[in-house]
Write a protein that binds this ligand. Structure first.
Ligand code: ZN
Length: 468
């Protein structure tokens, strides 16, 4: 043995020793990381002053420039909490957030100390939603459990311009306009009443109170994708089965109510000389085309609309979208709105509610599949609807105010007179993009309306003016 070892020489010994040390280090690192040892967190930990509950406080950068996430986790097994909140370079904002966090934490700890036997937990989670270049919505969801049936879910939101540090309120968002607030309140209320998941759980009086047009009713909001979302607490407007309700209003629906910085891009909605937004006296009209898409007529209509830079709404049948998905895509690509018009055009009021929803849902998914975007409005065939249908359909149910009877007369010359004789502001005009005569008569209609000073908008854009 001794002889062999001597033959190996000191260099080999040294290399072997090095190998052993390296392997041991690798194994240790693996074990430690599996046990989620976070050296950074440990080094950042400190004892917080809050009622002397020991906690680990750590700050990490986020995927969003200038936004950091603070994590505060209790070390006290009797008083557990896990809290996440945002931090920016703006002290005023940070103080506002910290005020909310500290209040929540202190109240919880005080309750837990009062009742030594209580089992409790506090969780505050954070979601961050960027909007445009430098706007951020922060949604803090607080789940508080104080033992027994003492359980509550509440939401607090912050909306900031991270460039200026300014916190943006709902007043700023709605141009400080009480009329805009009223329209918004009506939209939020209607959305809640139509929400399939919660409408049976709604508490009528509480709902009416929580959706009164008061600024304070709407200060929990976020812009998520292209929707303005409003948050309600658990039990605030509905029984516990509904959870904490969220209302999502597409920005396109409330675009005219919003301050200019928050409106969605004009090229997507209003390409023609956008008027001062929210002007109720502006002349506008929504042209609608039902029963398509049609491989020839729809395309002709799109070309005429382009000529006048007009936007319109196409209520499509699922059974036809199935055959002409590329035409549906073209309609969307050229800036128009797409609505759901059922699968194969039955009289919905003669169907069971289950059949009605099947008509709606199959078409909704066919449209979604074709254009990668949901239909934003619904029109029942023949305008045949009732309260149940209106309540169950999750998007606005839209009829019309001017019927051109194009399906009946099939005469290009008669299209304009029908519009002219019934013309009024904020009208919704019913036509069909399956009749050649409609495409042939459309140019005259657009020329006339344009000369009268009308702006051609989509149904979703005109709805807010019709609800006033
Ligand atoms: Zn129809």
């Amino acid at each position: 043995m001794q002889e062999r070892r001597k033959r190996r020489g000191p260099i080999i010994d040294f290399l072997l020793l090095g190998l052993i040390v390296t392997l041991t280090t690798i194994i240790l690192v693996i074990i430690l990381s599996k046990d989620e040892f976070k050296f950074q967190k440990i080094s950042a930990s400190k004892e917080t002053d809050t009622e002397s509950v020991n906690s680990n406080l750590s700050t990490e950068s986020s995927a969003f420039p200038g936004i950091r996430i603070v994590t505060d986790v209790s070390n006290d097994k009797r008083i557990p909490f896990a809290i996440h909140y945002p931090q920016t370079d703006n002290e005023v904002f940070n103080d506002a957030v910290l005020q909310y966090i500290t209040d929540s934490k202190e109240n919880y700890i005080a309750s837990m100390k009062k009742d030594k036997e209580a089992m409790g937990e506090l969780n505050i989670s954070l979601e961050t939603f960027p909007y445009r270049e430098h706007y951020y919505s922060f949604v803090l969801t607080k789940m508080l459990y104080l033992g027994g049936a003492n359980h509550e879910v509440t939401t607090k939101t912050f909306f900031i311009n991270n460039e200026t540090g300014e916190q943006i309120t709902i007043q700023t968002l709605l141009q400080n306009d009480e009329n805009n607030l009223s329209t918004l309140a009506a939209n939020v209320r209607k959305d809640l009443q139509k929400n399939l998941q919660i409408k049976d759980e709604l508490l009528t009086d509480e709902l009416l109170k929580a959706t009164e047009p008061k600024w304070s009713n709407f200060n929990r909001f976020a812009i998520v994708d292209d929707s303005l979302q409003f948050y309600f607490d658990e039990y605030e407007i509905a029984s516990g089965a509904a959870g904490a309700p969220i209302v999502k209003l597409p920005l396109s629906l409330i675009n005219p109510l919003l301050a200019s910085d928050f409106q969605i891009a004009m090229e997507n909605v209003k390409p023609t000389n956008p008027p001062p937004t929210g002007d109720p006296n502006k002349k506008r009209i929504a042209l609608t085309f039902d029963d398509g898409p049609h491989p020839k007529v729809t395309e002709q209509i799109l070309n005429i609309l382009d000529k006048y830079h007009a936007k319109a709404t196409f209520f499509m049948l699922g059974s036809r979208v199935q055959y002409y998905p590329d035409i549906a895509r073209d309609v969307l690509a050229r800036g128009h709105e797409i609505g759901n018009h059922s699968w194969n055009h039955p009289v919905l009021t003669k169907l069971t509610q289950e059949q009605v929803m099947k008509e709606y849902n199959t078409t909704a998914s066919e449209i979604e599949k074709a254009i990668n975007h949901g239909a934003t409005v619904f029109r029942p065939p023949y305008g045949a609807t009732n309260d149940t249908i209106n309540a169950e359909i999750p998007v606005p149910v839209v009829l019309w105010t001017i019927d051109t009877l194009d399906w009946k007369h099939r005469n290009a010359q008669q299209l304009l007179p029908h519009v002219k004789n019934n013309l009024h502001n904020n009208a919704i005009v019913l036509m069909h993009d399956i009749h050649q005569s409609t495409a042939d008569g459309l140019d005259a209609v657009l020329a006339y309306l344009q000369a009268q000073g009308y702006e051609f908008v989509t149904v979703s854009e005109i709805l807010p003016y019709r609800q006033k």
